[in-house]
Unconditional design. Structure first.
Length: 149
């Protein structure tokens, strides 16, 4: 039985939906991972498209955004899933939805900075390392990855 059927991915279009995305990110990045609020939220939040995953009751449980880096390249960012919903295929669900939408929007490649503990997840989704250099964003180790759509 697949638990993915219980969830729905939507574009966060209304102010309330965008606030839901920020609330999830606050919970995951600031409260759970200790990221500084000054770093977590930026000028792209107001302009970049965001996605939400809703559970079967309509509760927002995951989010991500896509930043236009020009020349058909999008950057997948701020992928966050509430702790109690991890391991249920929700990460794959939201990444697949964003990739489909990105392709329809004219993007041909997606880049991302993966936290090192998530690298295998992205590799299973077809992303490859740009190089093996580990770098730190707000004291969290990351690697650069990309995928042709």
């Amino acid at each position: 039985m697949s638990v993915i059927n219980q969830f729905q991915v939507i574009r966060a279009l209304s102010p309330e939906e965008k606030e839901d995305a920020l609330t999830i990110r606050f919970e995951v990045f600031i409260k759970e991972q200790g990221v500084s609020p000054d770093v977590e939220s930026d000028e792209y939040d107001a302009i970049d498209p965001h996605w939400l995953v809703l559970d079967d009751l309509g509760k927002p449980i995951a989010t991500a955004r896509l930043t236009d880096k020009s020349n058909g390249v999008g950057k997948l960012e701020r992928v966050a899933i509430l702790k109690e919903y991890r391991g249920m295929g929700i990460g794959r669900l939201i990444v697949d939805a964003i990739e489909r939408d990105a392709k329809a929007m004219g993007f041909h490649r997606i880049v991302l900075h993966s936290q090192t503990h998530c690298q295998v997840f992205y590799e299973k989704s077809g992303y490859v390392l740009k190089d093996s250099t580990v770098f730190y964003e707000d004291d969290i180790p990351h690697v650069s990855m990309s995928k042709q759509l």
